[in-house]
Design a protein around this ligand. Structure first.
Ligand SMILES: [Zn+2]
Length: 82
């Protein structure tokens, strides 16, 4: 199975929560080793999760995830299909 960036983004919160199965996790790990964009997404998503689980009142702004994905789509286009 081959996954691309959009698959990784779709799975990223499940990945952080440890809710993806071993095969998928291995594929995502492999992808993250070679993809700077997804590594950055993972880092920033982790930061959000940490804030939430810290017990502080923290709400994602409405549309946060749509805006993030739109931005990623743009960066992906700029960096080419590789
Ligand atoms: Zn990627």
């Amino acid at each position: 199975m081959r996954i691309d960036c959009k698959h990784v983004w779709g799975y990223i919160s499940a990945y952080i929560d440890g809710e993806v199965d071993a095969d998928l996790r291995a594929e995502i790990d492999k992808h993250l080793e070679t993809c700077e964009i997804c590594s950055a997404v993972l880092d920033s998503t982790r930061n959000v999760v940490v804030l939430v689980s810290d017990g502080r009142v923290f709400e994602l702004p409405a549309g946060f995830s749509q805006r993030l994905h739109a931005r990623l789509d743009r960066e992906l286009e700029l960096s080419g299909p590789s």
